[in-house]
Design a protein around this ligand. Structure first.
Ligand code: MG
Length: 342
């Protein structure tokens, strides 16, 4: 099949600058792609690049689109080099016409709590709205006061709720051990990336922590691409895999491998616009892996509570809500995002 390829580079301000472990993010850059087939049907995708996760830059993705030209065949799409993994994901999504049926009708979404004491006042209203999984940023301030707040945060949670602690690699081994000890008797679903992915001996350290403590550990920054997922799967990682589909070159194949290994997977946003949001969420709804087992009937909450994100609301994915339904995903107005960038 020959497609007509169009692409639009974007550089868009966020509503509020995000403080991340990698600095302050005030604007988002990326590339939207559109593939139209011979019947006039169009599909969209997004290279939601995050260079600090080791992806290509928006410039590199756009240059590769320019090099492909206006007419591309499936062979040219398959030949995009692996280092342009966000673009590979974008083109895979845009070329898809009839994907597999979703495995679920709805999925819970995790609520994002701000770092520090500010989290406390947010929990009540979010619980009232129906959220039951909460993600708290830790490792952002003084460790003693954060640890001291943990019980207050847990006490503020509604009954049956789960707490995710995301350290973004901020801790040393000793610090990680103290949090993992505390997590054990508390409703902590997992501790995400307790130590930095690029710390010396990080892989052995993470495996050691996973073996020594009952609190599950989730890998996020350690999974910077298809090869990392394959390596941790090969090592028999017992914890959770935080999967950002937008950062995987061949997300479909990676997810098949994870499902076959019965891996614990949490789907997460890479701060996409609506185009990337729909592609990534479709994959999350197709996931029929580990969380469907009778041992763990409750689906893991999606890490997609990031919208509204952009100053231009036409670019946003579905607004954070306690649940997303499959029809919410199909209703995402990708054309409006595309047109907003014209
Ligand atoms: Mg994370």
């Amino acid at each position: 099949m020959i497609f007509r390829l169009d692409y639009r580079r974007y550089r868009q301000p966020l509503r509020t600058a995000l403080r991340t472990a990698h600095g302050v993010l005030a604007e988002r850059r990326g590339v939207l792609v559109r593939l139209e087939d011979g019947t006039g049907a169009a599909g969209y995708g997004e290279a939601a690049v995050l260079p600090w996760f080791g992806t290509e830059s928006a410039d590199e993705a756009a240059e590769a689109c320019a090099a492909l030209g206006g007419q591309v065949g499936a062979d040219a799409l398959a030949a995009i080099p692996e280092r342009l993994r966000c673009l590979r994901f974008a083109l895979q999504a845009a070329a898809e016409r009839n994907g597999p049926a979703p495995a679920r009708n709805h999925l819970p979404v995790a609520a994002l709590l701000p770092a520090g004491r500010q989290a406390l006042e947010k929990i009540g209203p979010l619980a009232e709205a129906g959220f039951r999984t909460f993600k708290w940023k830790v490792g952002a301030g003084d460790m003693g006061s954060e640890l001291g707040l943990l019980d207050d945060v847990c006490a503020a949670l509604p009954a049956g709720a789960k707490l995710r602690l995301d350290a973004n690699g901020a801790w040393s081994r000793r610090q990680a051990e103290r949090w993992l000890e505390r997590g054990a008797e508390r409703p902590v679903e997992f501790v995400e990336q307790p130590v930095a992915a690029d710390a010396r001996g990080a892989e052995d350290l993470l495996r050691g922590l996973a073996a020594d403590f009952p609190t599950p550990i989730a890998l996020d920054e350690s999974l910077a691409g298809d090869a990392d997922v394959a390596r941790w799967l090969g090592n028999g990682w017992p914890g959770v895999f935080v999967v950002k589909p937008s950062l995987l070159g061949d997300a479909v194949a990676v997810l098949e491998r994870l499902a076959a290994a019965k891996a614990k997977v949490v789907f997460s946003s890479a701060l996409e616009t609506a185009a990337g949001a729909r592609a990534a969420l479709r994959l999350a709804f197709r996931w029929a892996g580990e969380s469907d087992s009778t041992a763990s009937p409750r689906a893991r909450a999606l890490g997609f509570g990031v919208w509204p994100l952009f100053k231009d609301a036409r670019l946003d994915g579905p607004a954070a809500a306690p649940f997303l339904r499959v029809e919410d995903v199909e209703k995402i107005n990708v054309e409006a995002a595309w047109n907003a960038l014209s």
